[in-house]
Design a protein around this ligand. Structure first.
Ligand code: PMP
Length: 284
């Protein structure tokens, strides 16, 4: 498998990252994950725009244009023969010697870009069956809109969920549900679909963006409105959304069934609308 290292496509074993890279020392960097279906990227523009937006928020100057990045990513999935799979990309601010907190002068530091691919098919069986979740306090920072590589808060929550036998952690701040540890979270009550609005408390998910659009186009009632743990417990259906999971039903929370304990009709409809959007852009 080849990878991108700065502006080159190389063998993974050729990549050398400096031990004083600020990504390694401070988690001073950002990332994104985009998915390809049938050898074509889905919502590539949106993912590249979000990467550039995250970079801008931390004053990190990316060493390429959006067009150049899209060309390199397309080349990579072609070389690695990725039909359906994910591309993980990250950029760190680069090497800062000696280790020092302030951002170095951008003229004196070169950001380090890497991208890798994995082949992952859609997990239809899990999408039919759903997954379990555990409610965990959201202990992350207050800039969750930046897709930062600093993910300790997220991985601690996910680990907590896994230790208790759940697949995902649903996070809340003082009873207000924000998102999951690696996905956005939604609930359905009386045929209205709710998810937390964008802002500094959640990642502006691209899957969320697509689902909002297809749901509205299909005439479903959708509200980007925060909801509480109490609302969640009384909801009819719950699901998580992300690039890698699409719309994934959550059928049990803290060991209790959500609604009937089976995937509900609204999530099923949204899954279909999402697949239609994918097929529209990437073919069948
Ligand atoms: N929230 C968090 C915390 C995430 O890590 C992710 C996945 N990267 C998402 C939401 C969903 O974002 P997207 O739909 O763009 O994959």
């Amino acid at each position: 498998m080849k990878v991108i290292w700065n502006d080159e496509i190389v063998e993974r074993s050729e990549v050398k990252i400096d031990m004083e890279d600020r990504g390694y020392q401070f988690a001073d960097g950002i990332y994104d994950v985009v998915r390809a279906y049938n050898g074509k990227f889905f919502t590539l523009n949106e993912h590249v725009d979000r990467l550039f937006s995250s970079a801008e928020k931390i004053e990190l100057r990316l060493p390429f244009t959006k067009e150049k990045l899209k060309e390199m990513l397309s080349e990579l999935i072609k070389i690695n023969n990725i039909d359906t799979g994910n591309v993980y990309m990250q950029v760190t601010r680069g090497i800062g010697i000696p280790r020092n907190h302030p951002y170095p002068d951008p003229e004196e530091v070169s950001p380090v870009f890497t991208a890798t691919t994995t082949i992952v098919a859609r997990d239809q069986e899990k999408m039919d069956r759903g997954m379990s979740a555990l409610i965990v306090p959201d202990l992350r920072w207050l800039r969750c809109d930046i897709k930062s590589i600093s993910l300790l808060g997220n991985i601690m929550a996910k680990h907590e969920a896994h230790k208790k036998g759940a697949d995902e952690a649903i996070l809340h701040r003082e009873g207000i549900v924000t998102e999951c540890s690696s996905s956005n979270v939604w609930m359905i009550k009386n045929d209205t679909i709710y998810t937390h609005p964008d802002g500094n408390l959640v990642l502006p998910g691209i899957t969320k963006l697509v689902l909002l659009r297809v749901a509205q186009n299909a005439g479903l009632s959708v509200k980007e409105e925060a909801f509480t743990l109490e609302d969640l417990k009384k909801s009819d259906e719950v699901f998580a959304s992300s690039t890698t999971m699409e719309a994934m039903p959550i059928t049990s929370i803290d060991g209790n069934p959500v609604g009937t304990g089976q995937r509900g009709p609204v999530v099923k409809k949204l899954q279909q609308l999402y697949v239609d959007a994918v097929e529209n852009e990437c073919g069948k």
